[in-house]
Write a protein that binds this ligand. Sequence first.
Ligand code: HSE
Length: 329
Amino acid sequence: MRSHFPAVTNLSRAPEEKREAVTRAFAPGGIGNLGPGLDILGCAVTGLGDTVEARFVDAPGVHLERSGHADLPSDPFRNAATIAANEVIRRLGDSRAGVALRLTKGLPLAGGQGGSAASAVAGAVATNALLGGRLGQLDVLAAAYAAERTLSGRHIDNVAPSLFGGILLIRSTEPFDCDRLPVPPSLRIVLVHPAMQLRTAEARAVLPRSVDLGVALAQAGAVAAMVAALCTGDLSRLRGAVDDRIAEPARAPLLPGFAAAKRAALEAGALGCSISGAGPSSFALTDGDQTARAVCDAMTAAYHDAGITASGRVAEVDQRGARLLEADR
Ligand code: HSE
């Protein structure tokens, strides 16, 4: 295992500490499929995220006391947070543990901002901490990934950044291996959420099963160019590199307003723009706050002109990833 991410120290209590009666974890949303990096480049984004509170109950198993939203499953075997928590308990071999979860959604549902991944990560982190923090970070990741795999498919480019923070290049999903890429300080992220939903499974169903050699080579070149731009810190080299020729052409027809928003972003000075995760949100990358605000305004206006309500925000890469919060007593 050659993953180059820093050890995460904020996810567990020291084993000798008394077991907490209640734990709370926050996991940030993010952008999976960052530009051309379909399933292999993802980043965590500051601001919105999901929160899970875990507490002991007498009845063994994982119970879902609050599903996070009326439209989210209350069945613990279908909700991301509880699927992940079940996997934590399975990995600990703690079959007598009784844990109840309350999920608070900060991220939009089926919004393309890593919402299901964040619920899974927060569920895994809160449950692991409740049970003494005995699982290491790769097992916590595997537990969250089990939920994402069950609900959306075999990709970890949203779960891993939500847990570890940063911009991650996924070298391998199973077994997991990644590199953490440098984040130039002036890099800003514009995330725009049009008022619609697109389920990841649906957006994955339209992906091509095979691609032309020319497309494959252009995509590989674009990923390499993004990595080079981030590693050299020369953000101007991102121009032209956020060029997804596989997922974006397949998914854009499902996303009214996206093409106009992308044009508006580039005209307003964005370094690049594409679909966030599986959509429907779109993102743009900029150098600095001022351009980011102009790009955000231009993108939301373009959606509105296309008859679609949209809300945008300017954010940064969340370098911290998931963290434990003080529990409400
Ligand atoms: N890599 C995934 C996709 C992210 O683009 O389908 C979904 O959250």
